[in-house]
Design a protein around this ligand. Structure first.
Ligand code: ADP
Ligand code: NA
Length: 327
């Protein structure tokens, strides 16, 4: 229909954390009129590290429900499971044959994960970025709204697409990353030089989207900062700067307004305000999540209908690619 298209996704490996929301999900709602949007629960990516099957199934469903609870209208956005659309795996295999070992070895996420899961450095962990490239290219995506940590993977996606196009003509749209300035890199509350992640071992490092108000406030109170007690955004104050950034998004105020609001006040008071603002921002999402979770038939129907829609679009690209390579 001539509309531009968009793909993004998240792993079903655990409850979403605040960085996933502020860096990605929160921004997704603005695209539904202008773009054909595909938001995937990337459960095939999740099994690159060991999962408990029953847990994974539960988390995948919770993630899809959270997409809707966060504001994505399932009539306007195609919200579906990666594992329900075989074209992801098929295109991924083909693209594997157009990706070099050297390129994959340079991926920083692979290096991090390999170090973290030294007992299970499987081929899927290594070729993860190729599956991600297939995800994006299947839908001829013009843009990919993600957090800052995904830049390198999108760069590789572009290189693979360009390489394929150079050989076979204009098959793939070359996607652009869409990374917002604010929220693209939310840091751990315990180690503010490291990004917040759902798989962090320290339970106080991340705010989870379904944390209750008391938990949220308690975690912010424990957040690691410096000791000068001045609410000022600065490179050499990563802890407090991270909190200021979170506060500006949750409250709608600017950095300057925030610094002014808390002038002469201490960290304790500021952390309390951040906690309250974040809890207030998440509360409506949590309520909606509760409500949606009760309606099993509704969610089942979304999974089915959107899965079919995704298949239809994905198969169009896959057929083109198959012809090009000689199948
Ligand atoms: P995680 O690293 O928590 O497992 P995913 O790899 O599933 O998250 O990423 C889902 C989306 O959330 C991606 O677009 C990613 O860039 C974004 N994201 C993850 N962590 C952060 C963060 N700390 N700050 C901003 N965005 C983030
Ligand atoms: Na990530």
């Amino acid at each position: 229909n001539g509309k531009k298209s968009l793909f993004s996704g998240m792993q079903a490996t655990g409850t979403l954390q605040l960085g996933n929301y502020l860096g990605a999900l929160r921004n997704w709602v603005e695209f539904e009129d202008e773009y054909e949007c595909f938001y995937c629960v990337v459960d095939m990516h999740s099994i690159t590290v060991r999962q408990n099957p029953a847990e994974l199934r539960k988390k995948a469903r919770a993630l899809l429900t959270l997409y809707i609870a966060a504001g994505l209208d399932p009539e306007k956005n195609c919200i579906y499971y990666q594992s329900h659309v075989p074209a992801h795996a098929e295109l991924s295999w083909i693209l594997n044959c157009f990706t070099y070992m050297g390129e994959l070895s340079r991926m920083t996420q692979y290096k991090d994960k390999a170090a973290k899961h030294a007992e299970n450095i499987n081929a899927g962990l290594f070729t993860y970025p190729v599956l991600m490239a297939a995800d994006i290219l299947l839908f001829q995506s013009d843009i990919v709204p993600v957090g800052d940590d995904q830049k390198q993977h999108i760069e590789l996606t572009r290189d693979i697409a360009q390489r394929f196009n150079n050989l076979y003509g204009e098959v793939f749209t070359i996607p652009e990353p869409y990374i917002k300035k604010t929220g693209a890199r939310i840091m751990s509350l315990q180690e503010p030089t490291k990004k917040m992640s759902k798989s962090d071992e320290n339970p106080n490092a991340s705010i989870f989207l379904l944390d209750d108000t008391d938990t949220i406030i308690r975690k912010f109170k424990k957040a690691v900062t410096d000791s000068d007690n001045e609410i000022r955004h600065s490179k050499d104050k990563p802890g407090i700067s991270n909190l200021i950034e979170i506060y500006t998004i949750a409250s709608g105020k600017t950095i300057a307004e925030t610094e002014k609001e808390f002038e002469g006040k201490g960290y304790g008071e500021f952390k309390m305000a951040v906690g309250e603002a974040v809890a207030a921002m998440l509360k409506p999402i949590q309520d909606r999540f509760e409500e949606l979770s009760k309606d099993k038939a509704y969610i089942d129907q979304i999974i089915k209908n959107n899965g079919e829609k995704a298949q239809y679009f994905a198969n169009k690209t896959l057929r083109k690619v198959q012809k090009k390579v000689g199948f």
